[in-house]
Design a protein around this ligand. Structure first.
Ligand SMILES: [Mn+2]
Length: 448
């Protein structure tokens, strides 16, 4: 549970810091202020009148955890921020209530009955930028020039303010981990008890975490058996399955901040299950070692490269490939078993902004974090090993594939894959594992 007193104190410090930083960025870009749009629900289709649930603009959420449509913040250097709150009077729907009301007094709140009314409340003769998605609201409704709409350099500077998380944000991220841990435990328990469907496991996760499907930070990835080889498997099977693996990648939200956690469990009998269990144990050990070696100043990409060395060891020890670890990395074998990046920045977005300012090396095309590790960063560490048909077919057809035990690979394909993912908060004193604090259990291995 969130400590309300600490939340208030930390939020005040968060806003003081954010106001100061925004002031500097506005000055550096020759701006008097910025209007941040809260967002608007997106149409599901051009053929009907249904909308997706609102996902607020992250820059708006950076200031306050209000989920409101077509409202705006006005930020001017050195001034108390103003919230133009479109407090909708509508008999079709009501706005969602925020889970905490610690933020209201930090803003001059001006309620409007119509978003068009915001135009008359904006200061005139000032150089204003606009951040948000609704170009019509920016230029037509509120009369700002086209050049004010999401200026790229200004936007990039604001993204950098989201890289280092304040103690307030860290509190929210910790709480989001605590909430998700409850769901992971409930789903593990269901899988332990017997056969179930992916859909049942998905619903059990939502129930345990008290989240509706559109409220989760990202669509739950619930994969049984070979489906674990689909990195983002969200087409939940409705049939009860006797599959021997469960991969659950699911998070929770707290005041706009996300957690992102993956656990893999294995059950069953036989030689293949025992070998897969060995891969799960090896990957867990690898993941914990990478968490320990995520040290301040180290480039995240070097940790990603080390991941391949360690994954090569795990593949070799399980007998999947018979070559030295160095050869397995150099010949590209490990990249066919682990095609994604080691991790990504985490915050108001599950794949948060600002940590990929330089492109990764060509070997690591999907790596989303290329920054040096720094105090205040929050990122995931999520190595994996997968049996993905088309990638393995490519490997088998190439000279590098000669060292792979293809009979063993065929036997392991029904297990899909394994991923272990935690969320780390970098502190001055070292790296805090915000996930293990609430979900310390080793992977469930029920093989024998
Ligand atoms: Mn992730």
């Amino acid at each position: 549970m969130l400590d309300q007193a600490a939340l208030k104190t930390n939020y005040a410090a968060h806003l003081a810091w954010l106001s100061g930083e925004y002031g500097k960025v506005l000055n550096a870009h020759g701006l008097d202020g910025v209007v941040i749009h809260s967002g608007a629900p997106k149409p599901r289709s051009i053929f009907d009148d249904q909308f997706w649930q609102l996902r607020p603009v992250p820059h708006f959420h950076h200031w306050l955890p209000l989920e409101t449509s077509r409202s705006a913040l006005l930020i001017e250097a050195g001034k108390k921020p103003t919230l133009f709150w479109f407090n909708v009077l509508d008999f079709w729907e009501a706005a969602r209530k925020p889970e905490s009301d610690h933020f209201w007094s930090a803003f001059n709140v001006k309620e409007v009955a119509d978003p068009a009314a915001i135009r008359a409340l904006l200061p005139t003769g000032k150089r204003l930028a606009f951040i948000g998605e609704e170009k019509g609201d920016c230029c037509q409704l509120w009369g700002l020039p086209e050049t004010a709409y999401n200026p790229p350099e200004f936007l990039r500077a604001l993204d950098q303010l989201r890289v280092l998380k304040t103690p307030y944000e860290q509190m929210c991220l910790r709480e989001a981990n605590q909430r998700a841990a409850v769901g992971h435990r409930a789903v593990q328990e269901l899988f332990r008890r017997g056969d179930c469907s992916e859909f049942e496991l998905h619903l059990a996760y939502l129930r345990a975490t008290g989240q509706d499907d559109p409220e989760t930070p990202y669509k739950n990835i619930v994969a049984l058996g070979k489906n674990a080889a689909t990195l983002h498997h969200i087409g939940y099977g409705r049939e009860k399955s006797a599959a021997q693996t469960l991969l659950l990648d699911a998070g929770a939200k707290c005041l706009g901040y996300d957690s992102d956690i993956t656990r893999t469990a294995v059950r069953g009998k036989g030689a293949a299950a025992a070998t897969f269990a060995q891969l799960v144990t090896g990957l867990e050990r690898t993941q914990q070692r990478l968490c320990a070696e995520a040290t301040i100043g180290r480039p995240f990409e070097s940790l990603h490269e080390q991941t391949h060395d360690l994954v090569a060891d795990v593949l070799r020890e399980a007998g999947v490939a018979k070559a030295s670890s160095a050869d397995l990395v150099a010949s590209g074998v490990t990249r066919k078993f682990l095609p994604h990046g080691l991790g990504h920045s985490l915050g108001l977005q599950t794949h948060d902004v600002g940590c990929r300012n330089v492109a990764p090396k060509s070997d690591n095309p999907f790596l989303r974090n290329t920054s040096p590790i720094a105090v205040g960063q929050v990122f995931t560490i999520e190595p994996g090993i997968y049996f993905i048909d088309h990638l393995l077919a490519e490997l088998r057809a190439s000279p590098a594939g000669k060292v792979v035990d293809w009979n063993l690979v065929e036997a392991l394909k029904p297990f899909g894959g394994v991923r272990v993912e935690d969320d780390l908060i970098v502190q001055t004193s070292g790296v805090e594992n915000a996930t293990r604090a609430f979900l310390p259990e080793a992977p469930a291995i029920m093989v024998g």
